[in-house]
Write a protein that binds this ligand. Structure first.
Ligand SMILES: *Cc1c(COP(=O)(O)O)cnc(C)c1O
Length: 380
């Protein structure tokens, strides 16, 4: 049996001397009149990179999505359409604002929202749609925007997993009314924990700045809060880490794409294995290399994870449908538009994320690919 000589983790950042330098700089200097300097720089860099006018740094992406919904005025009595297969953070904020999630099927190729399923789920209470760019893939943003426009709905992009991906010439995070990014330690750009909200809508941006600071306008020095709101700010030290990462963004995305290429060279000819898609007119930043097995191979995701674990390799299961989780047991209305034989259920059941951290070299990918090949060949 092929066993990796050293445990291979599934995810992790790339930290250079530059990150350490700027974090030290922030710890020393980002106080007093400079307290917002790194946040401002990080926000500007991200907004420019993505191609939007405004960005707001937050403690995490979950907060950015929460602020997006709150600023759009989504609340009790409203419904928000979201994909059934995603990380729960895409959907939990809908509940935070008192609205109801409505889960719909995903597309079996892109693993993102199926626009036809979205359209079928729209009703009189629908207020917004959250599209998620899963594992670096991108939603069919043209169709989703068209649907949102025709029905007068707000479109939100959860781009937590797709920084650096491109859809029809525009970068992920540039779609819809507002988008959100994550800089959690496993993500493409990291700040430890962290997030960003991005938008071209100046009014929405102003409302977000107000809501994320306990209901007071930027510059208020008298603590005269006019609404009860939230406290969602990122610290300057975290923002400094983000600035250093954004300086290296092209190198980081190139590394992600190289990792995927090394896997593709070794796995794409295997029968019954499908890797992340990159449809025409898109570019995938491959946050996580994901392999979906044909059911005939006889290994579901948890069995495959066990096989990889025995070989000293860490992996992650494809997100399980939210509708299948205990957390959604008491929410039958959230599940009413899901089809029983959704292709997304199959993808989710037989998919794993392979090690995709920045410490991956071609040698390590070769070990994982051989171990993976051995595991599925023995099972077949
Ligand atoms: C990571 C992630 C989030 C949440 O990010 P946090 O920064 O941990 O809040 C949201 N949506 C998706 C799709 C994610 O992968």
């Amino acid at each position: 049996m092929i066993v990796a000589p050293e445990r291979i983790p599934v995810a992790g950042p790339s930290i250079s001397e530059r990150e350490i330098e700027l974090v030290a700089d922030a710890a020393r200097n980002a106080w007093y009149k400079n307290h917002a300097e790194f946040n401002n720089r990080f926000e500007r860099m991200l907004a420019d990179y993505v191609g939007v006018s405004h960005a707001v740094s937050t403690p995490h992406c979950t907060a950015a999505l929460h602020l997006a919904l709150a600023a759009l005025g989504v609340g009790p009595g409203d419904e928000v359409i979201a994909p059934d297969v995603t990380w729960i953070a895409s959907v939990a904020p809908i509940v935070y604002v008192g609205a109801e999630p409505v889960l719909v099927d995903i597309d079996p190729v892109t693993w993102c929202l199926d626009p036809s399923a979205v359209e079928r789920a729209i009703g009189p209470r629908t207020k917004a749609i959250i599209g998620v760019d899963l594992y670096g893939s991108t939603c069919d943003w043209a169709r989703l925007q068209d649907i949102a426009d025709r029905h007068g709905l707000a479109l939100i992009e959860d781009a937590a997993e797709a920084l650096g991906s491109v859809y029809h010439g525009r970068r992920a995070g540039a779609f819809g009314r507002v988008s959100a990014f994550s800089f959690h330690g496993s993500k493409t750009v990291v700040t430890g924990e962290g997030g960003m909200l991005a938008t071209n809508d100046k009014n929405l941006f102003d409302r977000v700045l107000f809501l994320r600071d306990h209901g007071r306008n930027p510059g208020d020095r008298y603590f005269l809060n006019t609404e009860i709101a939230f406290k969602y700010r990122m610290s300057g030290v975290q923002a400094a880490l983000g600035v250093a990462q954004m300086e290296r963004i092209d190198e980081l995305i190139a590394h992600k794409r190289a990792i995927f290429g090394w896997y593709r060279d070794r796995l794409s000819s295997l029968k019954g294995v499908t890797l992340n898609a990159e449809p025409p007119n898109t570019q995938n930043s491959y946050w996580m290399v994901t392999a979906v097995l044909d059911p005939q191979i006889g290994l579901d995701k948890f069995a495959l994870m066990t096989e990889l674990d025995k070989r000293n390799i860490d992996s992650r299961p494809f997100f399980s449908p939210l509708s299948s989780l205990p957390a959604f047991e008491a929410r039958p209305r959230a599940k009413r538009f899901l089809s029983a034989n959704d292709e997304g259920q199959r993808v989710s059941k037989y998919g794993v994320n392979l090690p995709s951290g920045y410490n991956m070299t071609e040698e390590k990918v070769a070990i994982v690919a051989s171990a993976f090949t051995e595991a599925i060949t023995r099972a077949a």
